[in-house]
Ligand binder design. Structure first.
Ligand SMILES: NC(=O)c1ccc[n+]([C@@H]2O[C@H](COP(=O)([O-])OP(=O)(O)OC[C@H]3O[C@@H](n4cnc5c(N)ncnc54)[C@H](O)[C@@H]3O)[C@@H](O)[C@H]2O)c1
Length: 377
C-alpha cells in the first residue's frame, strides 16, 4: 500500500510531539509542513531528519496539493475550524486537535461535511480516550463492578502555559473558551466512563472570569451533566490556577466506588476502589502491594500495565495511540469513534455549558442547532 501523505500544520509543543510519532509510522510520509513561524518549522524538521524544503509558506499550498491525502492540524484553536473545513472541501482527511472549532457554525459545518463525504476520515484529538487508566475504569464500570454509577466527578484544574509564543491562549478569538482549551479532557472522560451505562441528557454550568492570569475568556467552569438514567456528572474546570495537575476522579455507584486522586501524597495512595463483588465492599488500594497483602487482597494488586493518567508515561502513550488510531482509520476506511460527527456529544457539552452559564438555565442535549446558532451569533 502507498504511504499516506500528510500535510502537517503547526509545529509547536504538541505538533512536534505528534510529528515524532508520525515519522516512526511506516504507513506515513509527512510531505509538507505549514508553520507560521518559519524559523521554528525549519528547526523542528531538522531535528526530525526531514528535508527542510517541505516547509510551505501558505496553508493553501497544502490544501491545493493533490498529492496530499490527509491534513494534520495542531495549529492554535481558532484556526482548527477554518483550516479543517477548507481541507475537507478539498477532499482531504482531517486529524484535528481539540477543540474542533471555536465557532459554533464551524462545528456544524464540520459535521455536515463529514456526513456529505463518507469517504473522508476525521478525528478530533480527545486524548483521554486513549488513556490506560480511563480504559481500566471504564471496563470496571461496564462489568458492573460498582453497580449503577449514580454520581461521577472528574476535575480538570491545571494552569496552562501562556508565556512567550503561547500567549495566544489568553486571547478569546484564538483560544475560544477554556472548556475547549483544557476542561474538555475531564468532560470526555466522564462521557467515556459512563458510556457503558448511559448518555448525557442536559447540562447546567456556572463560570467565573480570570482571577490570576488575564484570560479574556472565563478560565473557570463548574459543569453539571444530567444523564438520561438519572445519574449526575460534575466537573470543576480551571485552566489558570491549581496546585499541579488536578484530574481527580470520584465515582459512586450502587455497589461500590472508585477514587483517583493525583494529589494524594504518595503514588500508592492515588487509587482506591470498593466493590461488593470484588472487594467484599471494602476499600482496596491496588497500587499498595504491601497493604493489599496485609488486608487479604493480594490478587487485586495492579501491575505496571496501567500508568496513571497524571504520569508522563501515560501522556506519551495517549499521543502514540491517538496518532496510530487515525492512521488506521484512513488505512482501513473505518470511521473513528472520534470523528467530528461521532465525538460531537463531547463538544456539545462545551457549547451547552457556555449557554447555560450565560443564561442561568439548564440546556438539553442533543443541542438544538438553531437555538445554539442564535446564541453564538
Ligand atoms: N489534546 C491535547 O491533550 C493537547 C495538548 C496540548 C495542546 N493541544 C492543542 O494543540 C494545539 C497547539 O497547542 P500547543 O500547546 O502546541 O501550542 P504552541 O503555541 O506550542 O504551538 C502552536 C504552533 O502553531 C503555530 N501557528 C500559529 N498560527 C498558525 C497558523 N495559522 N497555522 C499554522 N500554524 C500556526 C505557532 O507558530 C506554533 O508553533 C492547540 O489547539 C491545543 O489546544 C492539545
Amino acid at each position: 500500500m502507498e504511504k499516506i501523505k500528510v500535510g502537517f500544520v503547526g509545529a509547536g509543543g504538541m505538533g512536534t510531539l505528534q510529528m515524532k510519532n508520525l515519522v516512526k509510522n511506516d504507513d506515513v510520509e509527512i510531505t509538507a509542513l505549514y508553520e507560521s513561524d518559519a524559523k521554528r518549522g525549519k528547526a523542528v524538521l531538522k531535528d526530525l531528519g526531514i528535508p527542510g524544503d517541505i516547509l510551505v509558506d501558505d496553508y493553501d499550498k497544502i490544501v491545493e496539493n493533490p498529492d496530499i491525502d490527509a491534513v494534520w492540524l495542531v495549529s492554535p484553536n481558532g484556526y482548527h475550524g477554518p483550516q479543517s473545513i477548507k481541507a475537507m472541501e478539498a477532499g482531504k482527511h482531517v486529524f484535528c486537535e481539540k477543540p474542533c472549532a471555536v465557532k459554533f457554525d464551524e462545528f456544524c459545518r464540520q459535521i455536515d461535511l463529514e456526513r456529505d463525504n463518507p469517504d473522508l476520515k476525521t478525528q478530533v484529538n480527545y486524548l483521554m480516550y486513549f488513556d490506560p487508566l480511563e480504559d481500566r475504569v471504564k471496563s470496571m464500570v461496564a462489568e458492573g463492578a460498582f453497580g449503577m454509577i449514580t454520581q461521577i466527578q472528574i476535575n480538570y484544574r491545571y494552569p496552562i502555559a501562556t508565556a512567550g509564543t503561547m500567549a495566544w491562549k489568553l486571547k478569546k478569538d484564538i483560544m475560544g473558551d477554556s472548556i475547549g482549551m483544557g476542561t474538555v479532557h475531564a468532560l470526555s472522560s466522564i462521557i467515556n466512563i459512563m458510556s457503558p451505562q448511559t448518555k448525557p441528557a442536559a447540562v447546567f454550568a456556572t463560570n467565573l472570569g480570570s482571577q490570576v492570569k488575564g484570560f479574556e475568556a472565563e478560565p473557570i467552569y463548574n459543569i453539571l451533566i444530567k444523564f438520561d438514567n438519572g445519574a449526575a456528572g460534575f466537573c470543576f474546570g480551571n485552566i489558570e490556577s491549581s496546585g499541579g495537575l488536578d484530574i481527580y476522579h470520584n465515582l459512586s455507584g450502587t455497589k461500590g466506588g472508585f477514587v483517583f486522586d493525583p494529589q494524594a501524597g504518595s503514588q500508592q495512595d492515588k487509587v482506591r476502589y470498593r466493590s461488593e463483588e470484588n472487594t467484599k465492599g471494602e476499600w482496596v488500594w491496588p497500587l499498595n502491594k504491601q497493604r493489599c497483602i496485609e488486608e487479604g487482597f493480594e490478587n487485586l494488586v495492579w501491575g505496571n500495565d496501567t500508568p496513571l493518567s497524571d504520569s508522563s508515561a501515560a501522556a506519551l502513550l495517549r499521543v502514540g495511540e491517538s496518532v496510530n488510531h487515525f492512521i488506521d482509520s484512513v488505512k482501513t476506511g473505518n470511521n473513528s469513534f472520534l470523528s467530528f460527527d461521532n465525538s460531537s456529544v463531547v463538544a456539545e457539552i462545551g457549547w451547552a455549558a457556555q449557554m447555560s452559564a450565560a443564561s442561568g438555565r439548564e440546556i438539553p442535549l442533543p443541542l438544538d442547532r438553531e437555538t445554539a446558532k442564535e446564541f453564538f451569533l
